[in-house]
Design a protein around this ligand. Structure first.
Ligand SMILES: C[S@@+](CC[C@H](N)C(=O)[O-])C[C@H]1O[C@@H](n2cnc3c(N)ncnc32)[C@H](O)[C@@H]1O
Length: 284
């Protein structure tokens, strides 16, 4: 690992997330109830499958995953480099929650002691993912599961970035061009975060262009995982269907589910239409 560059990316993350910590949950769309329900479904299923009593959440931030999982996992550890994010974590409730301010790439997790490791909206904040994949593999017992989600899908990013800013496209595409290629400018305008610093905080997105399933699979296997299953999330235009004005909530949800099912059936051809990629990986 190039230490200086890694240090720069970590410092950028601390700067950005210290600035955003207090408002983070109000501004990030993944805290919306429909996404919380979706993630809760996945976590409950994985906790049941692994009979999880100990869980490790990497890049835990303000505790998005912890807040969901504490109702069914009795012991949870969260790791994050930004003190201001960790200060926001609600540690009340039925689970025993321990927080560690540490880089996940060098976090000394006790080997083989966790049933479930999670990383939500996190891996693209790293300069290199492999040290953190190794942390996850070391932490897990054999047969334990690593679940990561809401990381940028390279194939979507690549297509959107190839489009011209201000081009004659539908609003849904124009919005994505801004969100994908120019989010750093918006962060500078809205929060006064230096655009260069913001880009470094999302190194895996802004410099590497997101994750390719086939590259990540090899990296996970090298880190010590056996079976790896990828899934794709949030198709282009899903927001318009889910938030369609004047349409009943159950109809909006079922319309979105129908399109999702159709696109999923068309994978891998439809892969560039999904914004995010995630996976479950089983420790060999
Ligand atoms: C987008 S937030 C995601 C937080 C949380 N998982 C969620 O879903 O809301 C990314 C988090 O990763 C943390 N982070 C970035 N680089 C890190 C590193 N090398 N080690 C540990 N945490 C890191 C940041 O401080 C930030 O809290």
């Amino acid at each position: 690992m190039t230490t200086a560059k890694n240090d720069q990316v970590i410092a950028a993350n601390i700067a950005v997330h210290s600035r955003l910590a207090a408002i983070y949950e109000k501004t990030e769309p993944h805290f919306r109830p429909e996404n919380v329900r979706f993630v809760e479904g996945r976590l409950r299923e994985l906790a049941a499958r692994t009979q999880a009593t100990r869980m490790l959440d990497l890049g835990c931030g303000t505790g998005f995953v912890i807040r969901i999982a504490k109702h069914f996992v009795p012991e949870i550890h969260g790791v994050d480099v930004t003190a201001a994010m960790l200060e926001q974590v609600d540690r009340t409730g039925p689970s025993h929650i321990t927080l560690h301010q540490h880089d996940t790439g060098t976090f000394p997790a006790e080997a083989g002691t966790f049933d479930l490791v999670t990383a939500y909206s996190f891996l693209h904040h790293l300069y290199e993912v492999e040290p953190t994949l190794k942390t996850a593999a070391r932490a897990l017992r054999s047969g334990g599961c690593f679940y990561a989600d809401l990381d940028p899908n390279f194939y979507f990013w690549q297509q959107v970035e190839s489009l011209e800013r201000g081009g004659n496209y539908a609003p849904v595409l124009r919005r994505e061009i801004e969100a994908v290629a120019y989010k750093d400018e918006e962060m500078q305008r809205t929060y006064g975060i230096d655009a260069e610093t913001f880009s470094h905080a999302e190194y895996g997105k802004d410099f590497l262009g997101g994750f390719r399933e086939e590259v990540l699979r090899e990296q996970l296997q090298r880190a010590g995982f056996g079976q790896v299953d990828f899934h794709y999330y949030w198709f282009l235009g899903q927001a318009a269907l889910v938030n369609a004005p004047g349409v009943a909530s159950d109809v909006r949800q079922s319309n979105a589910a129908m399109v999702d099912e159709t696109l999923k059936a068309a994978l891998p051809l439809s892969r560039p239409l999904y914004k995010y990629v995630g996976f479950t990986a089983i420790k060999a």
